[in-house]
Design a protein around this ligand. Sequence first.
Ligand code: OGA
Ligand code: MN
Length: 298
Amino acid sequence: MSLDIRLLHPAFAAEVIGFDFAAPPERMPARAVRDAIHRHGVLVFRNEHPPTDEQHIAFSKLLGPIEQGNIIKVTGFDRRRVAFLELVDVGNLDPDGNIFPADHRRMLFRKGDRLWHADMSFMDNRATYSMLVGHEIPPEGGDTEFADMRAVYEDLPPEMQRLADSLAVEHSIWRSRALAGFPEPTGEELASRPPVRHRLAHVHNGSGRKALYIASHASHVVDWPLELGCGLLAELTRFATQPKFVYRHKWRFGDMVMWDNLSMLHRATEFEDSKYRRDMRRTTCREREIATADAGCP
Ligand code: OGA
Ligand code: MN
């Protein structure tokens, strides 16, 4: 089965028209979705109403092993607003449906989403696809931006490509949180997610193209002096997020936006988060089956 596709940007990102999230999962064109996400990196599905949480989860399960439960222990996240463990709540609403106070740890933690990142690059078993559904959209702001790390790699000078090919990078969730102003993590928080290492450039299996793999979680280059490694990562991130590599998604109620974390970076953008409600829920597929050691915190 093929999809009805409309391109959204000269280099990447496409809208899938008329997709039916209410169809039984066995009738869904999973293969065509996988081919399309590998090619376009970002897929936008416009819907009159958001898929239900059950439909969102069933669709995601067709595309790989999916995350279940909080992968990080964050103090103050004890009560969930959204019942399904498969859904990450990335909006600004507390369990009673009210806007969180600006200084709540939860709000500070989510500020990290406004830095360019790939979801879960701080895990050994990385995120492949993320699927984010817009249940409540602020009247202004709160767009999401994406940048294509394959186009970026191809645009790097050959000597920089060779350098990137040769290096490994350490990633930690606490790095991006520190950059975003999250308070010093507690011992328990730190222990719940130690740092991991990934190659700075990799072959994106879905498309066979090489891609940079950087993110705000990336703290430094392995075997390099700290400052030098941080400098290189900052420089690459600046290069990689020039406007020509970026697609900006303006949310509408009911949208599902899916992206490939192994070929894209993304970030949330500003909105008046103490004034407007934003209810966004995400599922996340992983590279491999999720081993117990890798699974959620209680
Ligand atoms: C995410 C994320 C961006 C946004 O859900 O992983 O980064 O705009 N979201 O909410
Ligand atoms: Mn994210």
